[in-house]
Every structure is written in structure tokens, then in C-alpha cells.
Design a protein around this ligand. Structure first.
Ligand code: SAM
Length: 291
């Protein structure tokens, strides 16, 4: 099978199957072998590794992964791509193609059934419309993962690395800090894809922490507080938490927890660090345990 990482072979396959790109699935296929090599190197794949690829497209990155890994599980939503993948990956006996929506797959079960108890390396050129739910889902469901090496929008890669004081700071930045160490591997211009996206892209590697950098009594509570704060960025932290439909905490307890931070009661959530969100939610969790 011809190597897909160049435009000529990709066009041939697209024509053979009369494939039309689907915007709703965020289809921008990689057509640059140097970028593909960089992704594989950054993901540090060996013949011991089980790899999950999200959105294999026509199988371009999958071919590189199959060469490097022990097993590759590739989850693709678009039924028109399944026969193409069966063709382009026919030379590999270590690839499993699953025709599923990644947001609906029980990945913990998948790892148990197919990975001999080993944790996964996730590698993908992600569909940009669902980058955040995919990454948050991997973290919050505690899927056993060593690292996540993914192509994302440049702007999202920046958001993943930023702290208080930046307009890009948000729930995603805090989740990344809590669960992983981010590293931007490369910036990737639109001409490395077919069709060209109208935004810049970047490859980012997230290496999961063995232990989070802060101690949190109730992770769900902390992330509920974080989301509530950033859903209403312009409000004070007290009002943001108090107005949230997802948090059921009395205004008095919220006020006490905010006072305990010693940053004033008019502070906004967007000014808080991860340590401060941990302190805030731990205060609430401890008080609840005393009740
Ligand atoms: N990996 C290929 C490449 O690099 O050339 C394609 C990457 S393309 C940016 C994103 C891929 O994700 C597409 O193949 C698209 O159909 C697939 N996709 C979109 N939404 C998905 C979902 N919810 N679950 C699984 N795959 C999805």
C-alpha cells in the first residue's frame, strides 16, 4: 500500500473512493511527512505500546503508528471512511478499526479488554470541534493513559499552557495543569492539511502526572467550581458559584470559603491559581464532611 503522507497518494485514495470531506466532522487530513514524523517522535512510541488514535481519517497517521507500536486502536465516526481504512491499513495486523463516536466509547472497558492491563498512549490529529470534550473526557474518566500527543488549534494549545491574567486562561488550562505536563512540540501551518483549515495548528504533548501537583479532596467539586467560575467570568467568584445550577452550596459557605483564600470577597474566579481552586474546594468539602 502506498504511503499516504504525501498529497499525491492521498488524492489518489480520495478519488478512488470518491470521498468528499465532511466539515461537520472536522476533516482536515495531514499531507506532510515531516509533521507525521514529528508526531511519532514526540509520542515516543515503541513496540511495547498500545496506542489509541482518535479519528484516523484515511489512515495516514495510523500507518505510521502501526509501524511503530505493538497495537493500534483507531476510532472513526464517519462510515464512509471505514472501507477506505480497511484498504489503506490492510497490510497491518496490529490495527483495530472501531466505527464509533469517540465521545460515546467506554475507554476504560476498551483498555481492559484489549490492552492486557497496560496504559495507553493517545495520538491524534483531533477533530477540532470536540477537542475540549475529548481531552476532558480522557482525564475525568481516569482512563489509564501515559501521554496524549495531539494536533489541536494553535489557540487551544496556547490556552492549555496559560495561567491567571491571560484572556485564554480557563477550565481547560486548569485541567491540563492538574492532570498533565504540557509541551508544545511544533507549530503547524494550514498548508500541511487537505483541505486547509483556516486556523493555525500545533502539536502538543501532555505527559500525565503520576500524582496531581495539588491535593484535592473532591475532584468533581473542584472542577464544578472551576467551570462555574469561568462560565460567568465577569462576575465575582462568590456570585459565579452562587448562580451556578450545578453547585448546591449555601451562599454563606461560599463566602466563608472565598474569605479563607484571603484575596478579598470581590475576587473573580479567573484570578485564581490551581492551588487556590484546590484550597477553595477543600474548604467546602471539609465543611460538608463536618455537617
Ligand atoms: N487522522 C487523520 C489525519 O491526520 O489525516 C484525520 C484527522 S481529521 C482532523 C479528524 C478525524 O476525526 C476525521 O477522520 C473525522 O471523521 C474524525 N472524527 C470526527 N468526529 C469524531 C468522533 N466524534 N469520533 C471519532 N472520530 C471522529
Amino acid at each position: 500500500m502506498a504511503e499516504l503522507g504525501n498529497p499525491k497518494n492521498t488524492i489518489e485514495i480520495l478519488q478512488k473512493y470518491q470521498f468528499h470531506f465532511s466539515k461537520k466532522y472536522g476533516q482536515n487530513f495531514l499531507i506532510d511527512t515531516r509533521v507525521l514524523d514529528k508526531i511519532i517522535r514526540a509520542a515516543d512510541i515503541t513496540k511495547e505500546d498500545y496506542v489509541l488514535e482518535i479519528g484516523p481519517g484515511i489512515g495516514t497517521l495510523t500507518q505510521y503508528l502501526a509501524e511503530a507500536a505493538k497495537q493500534v486502536i483507531a476510532v472513526e465516526i464517519d462510515n464512509k471512511l471505514i472501507p477506505i481504512l480497511q484498504d489503506t491499513l490492510s497490510a497491518y495486523d496490529n490495527v483495530t478499526i472501531l466505527h464509533e463516536d469517540i465521545l460515546k466509547v467506554d475507554l476504560n472497558q476498551l483498555v481492559q479488554q484489549r490492552c492486557e492491563g497496560k496504559s495507553l498512549k493517545v495520538v491524534a490529529n483531533l477533530p477540532y470541534y470536540i477537542t475540549t470534550p475529548i481531552i476532558m473526557g480522557l482525564f475525568e474518566n481516569h482512563v489509564p493513559i501515559q501521554s496524549i500527543t495531539v494536533m489541536v488549534q494553535k489557540e487551544v494549545a496556547d490556552r492549555m499552557q496559560t495561567g491567571p491574567g491571560s484572556k485564554d486562561y480557563g477550565a481547560l488550562s486548569l485541567a491540563i495543569q492538574y492532570y498533565a505536563e504540557p509541551y508544545i512540540v511544533a507549530n503547524v501551518p494550514p498548508n500541511c492539511f487537505m483541505p486547509r483549515p483556516n486556523v493555525g495548528s500545533a502539536v502538543i504533548r501532555l505527559t500525565l502526572h503520576e500524582k496531581p501537583p495539588v491535593e484535592v479532596i473532591d475532584e468533581k467539586l473542584m472542577f464544578d467550581c472551576i467551570r462555574a467560575s469561568f462560565n460567568q467570568r465577569r462576575k465575582t467568584l462568590i456570585n459565579g458559584l452562587n448562580n451556578s445550577p450545578d453547585i448546591h452550596i449555601s451562599k454563606q459557605l461560599i463566602t466563608e470559603a472565598v474569605e479563607n483564600l484571603q484575596k478579598g470577597t470581590s475576587i473573580r474566579g479567573e484570578a485564581l491559581t490551581l492551588e487556590e481552586f484546590a484550597k477553595l474546594s477543600n474548604y467546602i468539602a471539609e465543611r460538608r464532611m463536618q455537617e
